[in-house]
Ligand binder design. Sequence first.
Ligand code: AMP
Length: 301
Amino acid sequence: MARGKQPAKAHRAPKVRRAVVTYTVADFESAFWPDEQPVDNAVVMTMGALHAGHAALIRAARKQVGPEGRVAVTVFVNPLQFGAGEDLERYPRSLDEDVQLAEEAGADVVFAPTADEVYPNGEPQVRLAAGPMGERFEGATRPGHFDGVLTVVAKLLHITDPDFAFFGEKDAQQLAIVQRMTADLDFDVEIVGVPTIREEDGLALSSRNRYLSEEDRAHALALSKALFAGRDAAAQGPKAVREAAAAVLDTAEGVTLDYLALIDPHDFVEAADDFQGEAVLAVAATVGSTRLIDNVRLICR
Ligand code: AMP
């Protein structure tokens, strides 16, 4: 090829890692553990319909284990964590796109099992119990939800046997309970939290956002707006935080509030009025027919 005619930037095309897709535990194990090399490895557990929030977790996992380490992404809509009348049946499923996103973010293996593969003996008769931490806030509205989450997280930790598992701060209560499970039950894994990824206008990314109509989406912005208003008041203490956030939600249209709470992140109880230090301001609300959750971390003084 004559000088000057070379395709511009061709040699700079980003190297895309090819991810292996597996559906059975046996195939997953041979793909994730192809040899006995002692490399670090990490898992990111998802329910699919992946977006930039999941990609941030996968990238963080890749960064943690380095280019030679191994990263697995699990895609499994766990029936155990859905209650009657929730969106198990209509939960979005898009495995081809998920694999592409996972690959581009740095995954080596995607594990997308069926429910029969995960629960070969049918509904598990023995489950983990999240205890009191799982009965408040999300757990109060979704009884049994965290028991279902912990049961599948424990199973997937056993199957993937990772050094690190990455979870989003978006699901702050889930992150806290998973951290407690691994500490209380001596799981040999480090649980790493990753900050929430948002749209430019503040809306936290969620697979469930695709249920929102344009009007719902505009209404849903009240959640992040309320959280940011609360965070801006953090220097004045917990009462001011709650009041500032509530003021936004009180005037919000199209939002049915479930809870707004300022939470001590260690044991996930409501923070007292004289609480000082890092707290989680969390909100859950239904917009249209979609239940959304969001939270921010802040420092109360
Ligand atoms: P899901 O597929 O909704 O079960 O989420 C899988 C993981 O991705 C969980 O650890 C979530 O907390 C995390 N996640 C979901 N949305 C976001 C987001 N917007 N930013 C960061 N992490 C997220």
